[in-house]
Design a protein around this ligand. Structure first.
Ligand code: GTQ
Ligand code: FE2
Length: 351
């Protein structure tokens, strides 16, 4: 017998429960917590502080040569509510990745979609299906599903970035595939601007006239979003906003879509002294403080925030931010999945 056996004080019913268990059946009428009034969420609010991450990063740099760490020196943020799973939420993988000067993380591809948000450093580059993309602080770089990628750090600075993947979603759908790739031997230390940016990143509203005539991938064909542009967009938006709170969404420039089929990315700026409205959404969010200090309240938890801190907002948890200094926060969520399945809900919550 491998299924759960239910029990009853009534000997006849108890015998029946034994019989159905022997046939791998369970009685719905004895089950609790299945169709809950609101989501029953195992993911708990949590924050990882940059100072700890940096200390541990330095140790991993000393102790774990990249060969021994497998291919990538990556520390997964493991949500304390998920029973030891290496996931930051029930739907998202988040990790910090360190690449020391001269190191290389070899080429591979996988069906989970990934993205990097650069927390610290500059001078590394990632090669996406042969297209080298430089990585600098504040940049968002996509690694779409099944695209070959490899990371190089030819600079003299160590790099640290946040990885977010939809791995728990793809694993839950039993659709994980992985393949090693041919490693790039070419020296790209003088990498030119990526082909992706030259085609699709030339400026708002300017796309190649033929974009969309031929093949367009499922993900955004623009694979990197530069901090300079993000910063300028937020600055401009805040000039028109009274609330001291503005967000920009990273979009596929050729269509009205999120950057990738499963992941939504946004950057939010909350000006010093501002407290945001309390809100909640279905789906979970991984947030990284790019700069500034403040505090976040998530349900009954409260965390101080500083540059590089990473926190998770579970589905349907009420949260709000308070900025002690201008606070820039990068967020990735699974919202496109909820949207596609008509499960997305959000609301402002009155205090
Ligand atoms: O850099 O390619 O955090 O494949 C997890 C899986 C990073 C990567 C992660 C990966 C990568
Ligand atoms: Fe990867």
């Amino acid at each position: 017998m491998s299924t759960r056996r239910f029990t009853s004080d009534d000997p006849e019913l108890d015998r029946f429960y034994s019989d159905i268990a022997a046939n791998d059946l369970q009685p719905l009428w004895e089950m609790r917590g299945l169709l809950t009034k609101t989501p029953s969420v195992a993911t708990v609010p949590h924050r990882w502080s940059m100072s700890e991450l940096v200390k541990l990063a330095a140790q991993s740099g000393d102790l774990v040569p990249i060969e021994r760490g497998g291919d990538r020196r990556v520390l997964a943020l493991s949500n304390p509510g998920l029973g030891g799973a290496p996931y930051i939420s029930s739907t998202l993988w988040a990790a910090v990745q360190f690449l020391l000067p001269g190191e290389l993380a070899p080429a591979h591809r996988h069906t989970p979609s990934a993205l990097r948000f650069v927390l610290d450093g500059a001078g590394a580059y990632t090669v996406l299906d042969g297209d080298p993309v430089t990585m600098s602080q504040g940049d968002l770089i996509l690694t779409p599903a099944w695209a070959f990628h490899e990371h190089h750090n030819p600079s003299s600075e160590s790099m640290m970035w946040l990885d977010v993947l939809d791995l728990p979603i793809v694993a839950g759908l039993d659709a994980v595939f992985f393949e090693e790739g041919p490693s790039e031997e070419a020296d790209r230390s003088q990498a030119r601007r990526s082909a992706s940016e030259r085609r699709f990143g030339q400026g708002a509203g300017l796309m190649p006239a033929t974009a969309g005539h031929g093949f367009l991938p499922e993900h955004s064909p623009l694979t990197v979003y530069r901090w300079l542009d993000t910063d300028a967009a937020l600055t401009a938006l805040l000039e028109l906003t009274e609330s001291g709170d503005a967000s920009v969404r990273f979009k596929d420039p050729t269509r009205s879509r999120d950057v990738m089929p499963t992941l939504r990315c946004e950057m939010r700026r909350v000006l010093s002294g501002t407290t945001t409205a309390a809100e909640r959404q279905t789906g979970s969010r991984v947030c990284a403080v790019f700069s500034g200090t403040g505090r976040v309240e998530i349900d009954d938890c409260e965390f101080d925030l500083g540059p590089g801190d990473i926190f998770v907002v579970p589905s349907w948890a009420v949260y709000r931010l308070h900025a002690h200094s201008d606070l820039d926060i990068f967020t990735t969520s699974d919202a496109p999945v909820l949207d596609a399945l008509a499960l997305y809900r959000d609301e402002k919550v009155e205090p």
